[in-house]
Design a protein around this ligand. Structure first.
Ligand SMILES: Nc1ncnc2c1ncn2[C@@H]1O[C@H](COP(=O)(O)OP(=O)(O)OP(=O)(O)O)[C@@H](O)[C@H]1O
Length: 262
């Protein structure tokens, strides 16, 4: 059988911030239509990887290509095909959702009429019709997250990167976003997302990649990961591969002791 060409290819990716090496040789191939859950402990290097993929961190070694384009050399070409929902974005809070989405849509060279139509529809699907013209400074965390999600996808990209996309969302919105991602996959889009919500990652991902201290420690379907580690849940696999399972009980005890010490 002929090997499919990956849409995202990462080879020996290394990245340091000063003396601290954060990514220590990441190798990863992602194929069209896959939903990949990229998970790992706080500080493992997930956001750093995503920022390299979308071209906002250029100072790395190794090869990273998207749709055959080198992310360093062909950054403009790459940007046309990707969407990004960042973890902590700077929203222009003085703007309204419509103004913000017009601003973002114009960066992608969409026509104003098209942006307005899409923005209205998408904001309405997230229950934000009533605040379409309100300043975002008054928005809750979840409302801001919904606007960010829309802004990362308004240009209908082929590949979507999402860093903690469910952050701040209520239970209904989480279900909606899960459904949207599943339908985008059906439409042939490729999705790489990071999340700390293990039951979502379990259900949504075709493949789960676990990164710990800048290295990939697991890469497979949920079933494969469970079988490899003889665990029944992704939480169990995660703990076993990233050192959480044994330590948490003891740490909790120490935490309580520290609170009551003089
Ligand atoms: N701009 C920066 N300058 C210096 N160090 C940084 C910078 N950005 C990230 N780091 C460090 O790189 C490491 C990896 O950070 P990164 O944000 O990629 O982790 P993460 O896996 O996304 O974590 P989290 O789950 O907490 O979001 C951390 O030790 C962090 O302190």
């Amino acid at each position: 059988m002929q090997e499919l060409t990956p849409v995202i290819s990462i080879r020996n990716l290394q990245k340091s911030y000063g003396d601290q090496q954060v990514l220590k040789g990441i190798d990863l191939d992602i194929h069209q239509g896959e939903i990949i859950g990229y998970i790992g402990p706080n500080g493992a290097g997930k956001s750093t990887t995503l920022k390299i993929l979308i071209g906002i961190l250029g100072d790395f070694s190794g090869e990273v290509s998207i749709l055959g384009y080198d992310v360093k050399k062909d950054a403009m070409e790459v940007k046309k095909h990707i969407g990004y929902v960042p973890e902590n974005a700077m929203l222009y809070e003085v703007l309204t959702p419509m103004e913000y989405l017009l601003f973002i849509g114009r960066l992608y060279q969409l026509e104003d009429a098209q942006i307005e139509k899409r923005a209205k529809e998408l904001l309405s699907l997230f229950g934000l019709s009533d605040v379409i013209d309100s300043r975002m400074s008054t928005f809750s965390k979840g409302m801001r997250q919904k606007v960010l999600l829309i802004s990362g996808m308004i240009h209908n990209p082929d590949i979507i990167f999402l860093d903690e996309p469910l952050s701040g969302l209520d239970a209904n919105a989480v279900i909606l976003v899960k459904e949207i991602l599943a339908k985008l996959k059906k439409a042939g889009k490729t999705i790489l997302y990071s999340s700390h919500i293990m039951d979502v990652v379990e259900k949504l991902s075709d493949r789960i990649v676990i990164i710990n201290k800048g290295q990939i420690v697991a890469n497979g379907t949920f079933e494969e990961l469970k079988a490899q580690d003889s665990m029944s849940s992704l939480e169990g696999v995660f703990g076993s591969l990233t050192g959480g399972n044994h330590e948490n009980q003891a740490r909790a005890d120490e935490f309580i002791q520290a609170l009551s010490s003089l």
